[in-house]
Design a binder for this molecule. Structure first.
Ligand code: FAD
Length: 365
């Protein structure tokens, strides 16, 4: 590839790829249809998960040369609500995640990467569609493998991290309410029964209100989103274009956590474009963990309310980060389950994911 690279999409994966290529001497242009960065999100809380690897998520960024200079709130506690009316406090000694802001100008991951990109000499072309033949595709999801709805608001609610696992309210998904420093984010996500999302939203909101009591909701902004999941067989498509982040389908199949994987694929793609593709690192740090989450998703969808409640009880008795690390550690048994599930769930009627898709689940029709 020449020394000039055009990147379609200026979210996490696009900007992180841009920074790393610019530092390697490439002339990089990033095109985003929104102005100001983080256009897909409304300034709400997301997590940068810290329970899939021993290596701390912020240290992983430092290892990529991306000093994490954005607002983070370490997550060491949460309230889990089960479908039997149970409430479970979970806790960990080290953060099981970091709360981060997505979208918005102040302290968000998007604002941080945007300023790193500008400081590295990247040219940002914002408010314009990306050229169809850009060398790197980082445009996020392209179809609804799952859907989510979020409300971002200001509130007087004290700091709260609450997650609802009730398959009768959010079948195949979950709901969350985070309020930190007066900034609230309430969301519902589902990967099956997509049409049921509005009802799930109402029921989940009511449940959080019942448990947390009355609280103010000011300046609410609601938005809906697609989510993509597919297991890439490479980050470079047969036509030579590179795909990163959700455009490549990389998110964990269980909860749709894609931020850390988006940044990781940016590092792998930048190295690949510079002629140092790390096939082993890609297999070990993207494909294998994603496969493990296919097995976890299978179990998640088969569990009833009682099993969820049992899981929440178990989580409340363990160190939560240690439990997450154990559950997500790839192993022979999990690989065997994943192989069987992937054979049964495989999309057979042709997928519409990017050219790097190696496996995806049959769509709900
Ligand atoms: C509601 C919701 C909550 C989530 N919460 C979490 C969470 O807590 N933790 C987590 O790890 N993950 C979470 N995710 C997933 C996570 O947000 C994504 O995996 C991650 O943002 C993917 O990064 P990306 O760079 O691939 O895409 P994005 O960050 O979405 O960036 C894509 C960019 O491409 C631009 N774009 C799109 N099309 C074009 C075009 N044609 N031309 C030009 N520009 C274009 C968009 O404007 C956008 O800026 C959540 C997702 C949703 C929908």
């Amino acid at each position: 590839m020449s020394g000039k690279i055009r990147i379609a999409g200026g979210g996490l994966s696009g900007l992180a790829t841009a920074v790393q290529l610019a530092r390697r001497g490439f002339a990089v242009e990033v095109f985003d249809r929104h102005r100001g960065g983080g256009g897909r999100f409304a300034g709400g809380w997301q997590v940068l998960e810290n329970g899939s690897r021993d290596l701390d998520a912020l240290d992983e960024l430092r290892g990529m040369g991306l000093e994490p200079d954005f607002a983070t709130v370490p997550a060491t506690r949460a309230l889990f609500l089960d479908g039997l009316g149970g409430e479970h406090q979970v806790a960990s000694a080290a953060p099981y995640a970091y709360f981060v802001r997505r979208g918005g100008p102040d302290g968000s991951m998007d604002a941080w990467l945007r300023s790193l990109a500008l400081a590295s000499g990247v040219t940002l072309r914002e408010g314009v569609p990306a050229p169809a033949d850009a060398e790197v595709v980082a445009t996020g999801p392209r179809q609804a493998d799952g859907v989510a709805r979020e409300l971002v608001f200001a509130s007087d609610l004290s700091d709260t991290v609450a997650v609802l696992f009730d398959p009768t309210i959010t079948p195949t998904g979950y709901a969350y309410l985070f309020c930190l420093g007066g900034h609230g984010t309430f969301g519902v996500a589902q990967v099956r029964r997509l049409a049921g999302l509005p009802r799930a939203r109402e029921l989940a909101w009511r449940r959080f209100r019942d448990v947390l009591g009355e609280f103010a909701v000011r300046d609410g902004r609601e938005h809906g989103q697609f989510m993509n999941f597919s297991l890439p067989n490479h980050l470079r498509a047969p036509d030579g274009r590179w795909y990163v982040g959700e455009a490549a389908g990389v998110q964990d199949f269980l909860f749709g956590l894609g931020n850390r994987l988006a940044l990781r694929t940016a590092g792998l793609a930048a190295a690949g474009i510079a002629g140092r593709w790390g096939a082993r690192a890609f297999a070990a740090s993207v494909q294998r963990p994603m496969r493990t989450t296919v097995a976890a998703r299978f179990l998640y969808e088969r569990l009833g309310r009682r099993a969820f409640a049992a899981f929440c009880r178990r989580a409340s008795r363990a160190d939560f980060r240690t439990l997450l690390l154990r559950l997500q550690r790839p192993g022979l048994a999990k690989a065997a389950v994943a192989r069987v599930v992937m054979a049964a769930w495989r999309e057979r009627r042709g997928c519409r994911h990017a050219g790097v898709c190696g496996w995806c689940r049959e769509r709900e029709r």
